[in-house]
Design a protein around this ligand. Structure first.
Ligand SMILES: [Zn+2]
Ligand SMILES: [Zn+2]
Length: 362
């Protein structure tokens, strides 16, 4: 599989790929490349055939993996000094970053996950690799709640790729609330952490975090919008089915078919299947206006973002964005946030088309 597929190829993706041989896509009796541990093959023939393609990413991944393992070992064996006590894994969980000795380990782990994401976690990549990447970022957040490396910007985009829209929404709602609280104690590990559950996806987008354009949290606003776009696509699919099948087959059967059309895993998914056409029309109207609001806010905040997402998404991989020190509203910022979010959009059938339609509306 090529590292980066061109836009035409990724237009008809439908979610992530299962774990399979890189070359023949066989799913059983496969083994991992022992060097990078990121890709699978069914046997020597397929591995040899893929060598040209895999050589460079394999080397990069192996180097990052070795460094991560080495930094972990160094940290575990660290004898401790004045600024950085020993036994960080026992004593410093929650505020790792404060202990200077943990920083090379955290940076090595971040780099490893980034390289995995850029080389094999691009749109349509294997589901288990995306899960591994998410586990890395999540564990980094558990170790260091102050999140000085910014993994909270990456996590929601990975959640939605795995179909966990409600978890993504809860995660972003929690951060939006905490960011509004100037007294929040990041270092206090006895305080609740990421404990928002079943937040209502249909409610108006939170103003300060996602739509007020001087403060906008770009990566989160983009994923909140995608979750709402998915709900809207479900609503359209149900309404179309309803219109096409009413009077043709019994209502009970239509209800079963519609139930299967809802792909969003959101908590209030039963509301998407509202009984009366009037209620459904009103929910559709509400979500549609929220989608427009978020779309506009993102475009106003960063003028590069939507153009890159729709017309040049590969740029965020090919042009190697600088993850540190970019200016707000810059093209560099657009590239970084695109790298965290574009795969989820391209893996949602109909989502990019909706962006094109929204662009025409302006
Ligand atoms: Zn094979
Ligand atoms: Zn390899």
């Amino acid at each position: 599989m090529p590292l980066i597929m061109n836009v035409e190829d990724i237009n008809d993706l439908d979610g992530l790929a299962p774990r399979a041989c890189e070359v023949c896509h066989r799913k059983d009796k496969i083994f991992r490349c022992s060097a990078c541990q990121a890709v699978y093959y069914c046997g020597r023939d397929c591995q040899v055939e893929d060598r040209e393609c895999h050589k460079i990413p394999c080397k990069l991944l192996k180097k990052a993996l070795d460094r991560y393992k080495l930094e972990e070992q160094k940290l575990r064996e660290w004898p401790g000094d004045l600024d950085s006590p020993a036994n960080a894994f026992e004593q410093d969980v929650g505020h790792f970053w404060r202990n200077m000795a943990t920083r090379p380990y955290m940076v090595a782990r971040l780099d490893l996950a980034h390289i995995m994401l850029n080389s094999y976690g691009t749109p349509g990549g294997p589901v288990d690799l995306v899960q591994i990447i998410l586990d890395h970022y999540f564990d980094m957040l558990r170790l260091s709640r102050s999140d000085d490396l910014g993994v909270r910007e990456i996590i929601p985009g990975l959640y939605v790729r795995l179909g966990r829209d409600q978890d993504a929404y809860d995660f972003m709602t929690w951060f939006a609330a905490v960011n509004e609280d100037p007294d929040h104690e990041w270092g206090n590990v006895d305080k609740p952490f990421l404990d928002t559950k079943d937040a209502n996806v249909f409610e108006e987008p939170l103003k300060r975090a996602w739509t007020v354009t001087s403060f906008l949290d770009l990566s989160h606003a983009v994923v909140v919008l995608l979750i709402k776009v998915r709900v809207l696509l479900d609503l359209y699919a149900i309404q179309n089915t309803f219109i096409a099948l009413t009077g043709v087959i019994p209502p009970e059967i239509i209800a079963i078919i519609c139930g299967k059309l809802v792909r969003s895993d959101v908590m209030f998914r039963h509301q998407i299947l509202l009984s009366t056409p009037e209620k459904m029309a009103s929910l559709t109207k509400r979500i549609k206006s929220q989608v427009r609001e978020l779309y506009k806010a993102v475009g106003k905040y960063n003028p590069y973002f939507w153009n890159l997402m729709v017309n040049d998404p590969d740029a965020c991989v090919l042009r190697t964005p600088q993850y540190n020190g970019y200016a707000q509203r810059s093209e560099q910022e657009a590239l970084v946030i695109l790298a965290f979010t574009f795969a989820a959009w391209y893996e949602t059938p109909g989502a990019i088309k909706m962006l094109r339609d929204l662009a025409k509306m302006r």
